[in-house]
Write a protein that binds this ligand. Structure first.
Ligand code: RP5
Length: 155
């Protein structure tokens, strides 16, 4: 199974490329696309409705401001959707965070921190690892390396 990385604008790509880096490091296949819930609603519907048939197992959606991308995606599919709120100039990303996190009961979205594209990708790998033991081994190794960095740090 692969991961879908979608974002509301190409201006989100600097942050969302962090998800791409993590998935590449874990050897997880992904597709990426700019789709706007507001500017391209028809494309949004078509893309998300076809995701499962394309082999997508998890959707990561990054957007800013009136950030409805993840919520609309979640309404269109029962694939797990992870939201990445973008930092914004006017409201610092709190607008994005609140737009994404307050989903109605029955349509869940897992929202990570503002700008947390890398964590979104790690969470996606953890979901895929449920049916892929080799990914669990890679996640364990990633955690070990992370811990070793701290253990071996001298100041
Ligand atoms: C959102 O509006 C996008 O996700 C982006 O974070 C923000 C600004 O988009 P642009 O005006 O840069 O295209 O839909």
């Amino acid at each position: 199974m692969k991961v879908s990385i979608i974002m509301g604008s190409v201006s989100d790509y600097d942050v969302m490329s962090g998800a791409e880096q993590i998935l590449s490091a874990f050897g997880v296949d992904f597709e990426k696309k700019v789709i706007s819930a507001h500017r391209t609603p028809d494309l949004m519907y078509e893309y998300v409705k076809g995701a499962r048939d394309r082999g997508v197992g998890v959707i990561i959606a990054g957007a800013g401001g009136a950030a409805h991308l993840a919520g609309v995606a979640a309404g269109l599919t029962t694939l797990p959707v992870i939201a990445v709120p973008m930092q914004t100039k006017s409201l610092g990303g709190l607008d994005s965070l609140l737009s994404m996190v307050q989903m109605p009961t029955g349509i869940p979205v897992a929202t990570v921190a503002i700008g947390g594209a890398k964590n979104a990708a790690i969470l996606a790998v953890e979901i895929l690892a449920l049916s892929c033991p080799s990914l669990t081994e890679k996640l364990d190794e990633y955690r070990r390396q992370q811990a070793d960095k701290i253990i071996n740090t001298t100041i």
